[in-house]
Design a protein around this ligand. Structure first.
Ligand SMILES: Cc1cc2nc3c(=O)[nH]c(=O)nc-3n(C[C@H](O)[C@H](O)[C@H](O)COP(=O)(O)OP(=O)(O)OC[C@H]3O[C@@H](n4cnc5c(N)ncnc54)[C@H](O)[C@@H]3O)c2cc1C
Length: 317
């Protein structure tokens, strides 16, 4: 992929979008750390986004999409190319349809999951309350199949609208997305909207469930720290074939509470690697590597990162 020159920045001049060169990207993530984006683009229409993708593809300019930045670490050197943020009204709407039975609502990919969850409970709809307290946009929640003890995003996804990096638009069904644990088979490109199937239920029970899930999260996770949630996926224990808690393995390896410069393993939850205010993203990465090595030495299990890392070299594996 090539970096942009003054000439290539003209590729969006005629499109309905706003663009900021050398934009502070790390500040838009939950870590509140990390470098800049060569250009941050906020499209106002799906057409503008599709055309931008197509032109960037033709010019070999990398395009990435930022959600709420709650599962993302941007290294301190930042990223080349275009970062798209779907925070304009065309990408944040929800069409509620009053109904007494199941209904499929259409949600813009930039809409925020927490607000949507609360609103769905007010509408007496169940399905999203299992995801209460998870910071995400709908696009990010689908891409990561966000979830936990009470359920996961896949359970409500009917289909998504998608723009490929060549600018082609398609609709993909939940079956085509082949959801798995914190994973889906999403082709490269951008989710622009999702159709979610929710069912009508007893509003009192739905609100109680929302409270129960929110309280569970608040009591078990350091929600106020600068982090991206769980750093590692829960690995499959070869002995049992079941998923083992990565947090427990980190705890058993003696890493809970460990600090490396400005990054530290949360004393509340071993799988959260947090950062002090004004800390360095690269410290998080270095500590995550140290934790991975220590757990491997201690338990023989190799932890796989759940947090996505963006760098000038692309997405780090
Ligand atoms: C305090 C805290 C608690 C958390 N708790 C949980 C939890 O309980 N369960 C859980 O699963 N996760 C949890 N997380 C992680 C995070 O909330 C989820 O992974 C969430 O889905 C990330 O969504 P996002 O919009 O922030 O995506 P981002 O972090 O912005 O991006 C993540 C990935 O999704 C891609 N992406 C984003 N939007 C789109 C789009 N429109 N189209 C295509 N790809 C897209 C990005 O390119 C990137 O690859 C937590 C995080 C924090 C900070």
């Amino acid at each position: 992929m090539r970096t942009m020159t003054a000439a290539t920045t003209t590729l969006w001049n005629d499109l309905d979008l706003s663009a900021e060169l050398n934009a502070p990207l790390g500040a838009l993530t939950w870590y509140r750390a990390g470098g800049r984006a060569e250009v941050l683009v906020q499209p106002n229409t799906v057409d503008a986004l599709a055309t931008l993708c197509c032109r960037c593809h033709e010019m070999a300019i990398e395009v990435r999409v930022l959600g709420l930045g709650a599962n993302l670490l941007v290294t301190d050197s930042g990223v080349d190319g275009v970062v798209v943020q779907l925070n304009q009204p065309a990408f944040c709407g929800v069409n509620w349809q009053p109904s007494t039975v199941a209904q499929t609502i259409r949600v813009g990919a930039g809409a925020q999951l927490m607000a949507l969850t609360a609103e769905s409970a007010r509408h007496g709809l169940q399905g999203l309350t299992s995801l209460a307290g998870i910071p995400a946009t709908i696009g990010g929640a689908v891409r990561m199949n966000a979830g936990g003890t009470f359920g996961e995003t896949a359970q409500v996804v009917h289909s998504i609208d998608h723009i490929s990096l060549r600018g082609e638009r398609t609709t993909l069904t939940a079956v085509e997305l082949a959801f798995g644990y914190r994973h889906c088979a999403l082709p490269e490109g951008i989710i622009t909207a999702a159709n979610l199937t929710l069912t009508a239920g007893d509003p009192v029970k739905i609100r109680e469930h929302l409270k129960e899930v929110s309280a569970y999260k608040k009591n078990s996770q350091p929600m106020r720290d600068n982090s991206a949630g769980c750093m590692f996926k829960n690995p499959i224990d070869p002995a049992t074939g079941r998923r083992e808690s990565a947090g427990k393995l980190i705890d058993l390896a003696g890493m809970k509470g460990t600090a490396l410069r400005t990054a530290y393993v949360s004393p509340v939850h071993g799988n959260f690697i947090a950062l002090t205010p004004h800390g360095r993203a690269d410290d998080v990465l270095a500590l995550a590597t140290a934790v991975q090595l220590r757990v491997l030495e201690h338990s023989g299990i190799r932890l796989e990162r759940e947090v996505i890392v963006w760098s000038t070299k692309g997405e780090l594996s």
